[in-house]
Design a protein. Structure first.
Length: 139
């Protein structure tokens, strides 16, 4: 194992793409629940309730849906007005099916940004910042 490990990337976009495909294969209507309070979320404020918005992401509603590893984007209409929806993947907090309410709430994740990643300090016992840890049996 190397001293410098890259951060683990989020499972959320992979799970979201898999659930979306499952919904399409099942001929049901997929929705995502979005935390509209997160920076970078672009949704109509009139559709936000208690900081959340539910978005229909079926192909008939959003033919240009893109679920990238860092963002979800698409065009849609709200009350007859065209909107460009653009949101960070971290803002998608759940996936659900309209017809059955089945779905998944995504776990809280630490979204590591490669530029912010700092490897943990060495625990090899070498260097001025290392500390020796000892276990003691207490009866």
């Amino acid at each position: 194992m190397s001293d410098h490990q890259s951060p683990v990337i989020s499972k959320r976009p992979y799970l979201l793409r898999a659930l979306y495909q499952w919904a399409l294969d099942s001929n049901v209507t997929p929705h995502i629940i979005v935390d509209a309070t997160i920076d970078g979320v672009n949704v109509p404020s009139s559709s936000v309730t208690n900081g959340r918005v539910v978005l229909n992401i079926s192909p008939s509603a959003v033919p240009d849906l893109e679920i990238a590893n860092d963002r979800v984007t698409f065009h849609t209409r709200f009350q007859g007005t065209s909107w460009w929806i653009d949101l960070p993947i971290s803002a998608v907090i759940a996936f659900s099916i309209r017809e059955t309410n089945e779905g998944m709430v995504f776990p809280q994740e630490a979204f590591a940004e490669p530029t912010d990643f700092q490897p943990p300090p060495s625990t090899s016992g070498k260097g001025p910042d290392s500390k020796q840890h000892h276990l003691r049996v207490v009866k």
